[in-house]
Design a protein around this ligand. Sequence first.
Ligand code: ASP
Length: 358
Amino acid sequence: MTQGKGVNRREVLVAIPTLAAAQAFRGLPRQEPTPVAVASSNGLKAVEEAVRRMEAGVLPVEAAVAGVSLVEEDPEDVTVGYGGLPNEDGVVQLDAAVMDGVTMRAGAVAALEGIKHPSQVALTVMRRTTRVLLVGAGAKKFALAHGFKEENLLTERARKIWLYWKENAATNDDWLPDPKAVEDPDIRWFIEKHGDSYFRPTGTIHLSAVDAQGRVGCCTTTSGLFFKLSGRVGDSPLVGCGLYCDSEVGSAGATGHGESNIIVVGAHTVVEFMRQGKTPEEACLATLERVVRATREPYLKDPQGRPKNNLILYAVNVHGEVGAASIWSGTKYAVARKGRPAELRECAYLFVRPKRSP
Ligand code: ASP
């Protein structure tokens, strides 16, 4: 069935999977209290907000967008929305997607410039078009048509960090590094947080949510790989890769090295593993094992043949069980559920990360 303009609303409602259908999955009674939300480690306040919204009756996909919007507008998070680190040209290009596991509808935007809340634009694409993905100038035109305000998303901190990267990226170009740059508090903050030797860290927020009726929804939003090629789009806004959900099973999403995730269609793979009976954590680990097997190019591997980059997968099933896993140890994820405070938990992992040399 398409979601075209001619679709009769009653037909859509009849086609929506019922709670009974969702609970028939694996034949298990729900084991954990719901609503529940799971997110990347930068999503503590986002999962709290999402659970609060779902308790008030808001649909999971909308609750997910409300949660991640808090991070999009926070300039302290340089991986998402306003204050996100720019591309190689110093331009902030944002990617986001949403999915509603009840209707199996999705919306997404990529390489969107000048709009602080790409997640809300993605939700509007889902709600107000018959399409899934809008990119670049077209995505911006659509956002402006729907009343989103254009603003400068490049904060002074992000500009200084970008310039530091630009001036130090090569020794044979025309840019000369400022020898005093490391004394700047913003540059020092970045180096302490992300290191100086590998100057291409990543960051994003994914949030998956299940409400008390077993409905699921999710959202992923990002400024993408730091200093990415202009126009480069990662996994985050690609349905099936950066996020996927189905109210018959659960929801999943990813942060980390987008190209590794695109190759295994990670979020969809996690949901399909859960459909086959794996727990959320088992499903995330099994998907990461596929990433390891698919990492074949030498430039992507360490001397032991393991992926150099990290990928983190997050999942929740309709029974309220949550889990997350990363290729390398030392990552956390955020969880909030009805009646319990939000907390950070350790992700399961495939390999122990070697200690950084001092
Ligand atoms: N997955 C995002 C991308 O590849 C970045 C990240 O999650 O850190 O653009």
